[in-house]
Design a protein around this ligand. Sequence first.
Ligand code: MN
Length: 241
Amino acid sequence: MSKSVVPAPAADFVVPAPPTVSLAVVGSDARFPVRRVYCVGRNYVAHAQEMGFSGREPPFFFLKPADAVVPAPADKPITIDYPPLTKDLHHEIELVVAIGEGGRQIRAADAMRHVYGYAIGLDMTRRDLQADMKKQGRPWCIGKAFDQSAPVGAIVPAKDAGDIAHARIALAVNGKQRQHSDISQLIWSIGEVVEHLSNAWTLAPGDLIMTGTPEGVAAVVPGDRLVGTVDGLPSIDVRIR
Ligand code: MN
């Protein structure tokens, strides 16, 4: 084994080590450390249709970097900056699943054992750049995985979150409702998402899964205030600067 793959017990780093991004947990002083952010694309029929698809194609995955997460404390507003390069920044309200126990090839029926809890997230999207990448058959990173692209609220442990599989999900911008649906409308259920994902990657504690957005995605501009809600979870309140 080469020496370079064995880290010293208390390693010195040649540049500052990145901080661990973490989320508040309702009812706990301890926080949830974020490892990876998996995202599900087109997991609601009506959203797939508004994006020009039939809604009968299977959903799929992409990722955001962990440090794209902007942690929102429970019921306290946060601010994000309008990102560069885009003229069409879209909101996507999503249920976020927080993985507490890792694994691979997890069956949907066993998935809940691996779920620590749930939060509300926004999959902010530079839609014009994403559309351009789609047209060219190139990766979506520049449209999806930019700085501050994933505001996420406080996590509620699964046992305290109620019947999340049948919770209402909604987003209002400046007090007007833009998106509203129900988690029961997911094409891949929470369990099925965990099954598909864990067939492709090994899940680990700290992984977040943004489960997809319902219909009604649209643009926001600096000064807008986005309030996302899911029954049983603390709302997320995000201002665009
Ligand atoms: Mn999304």
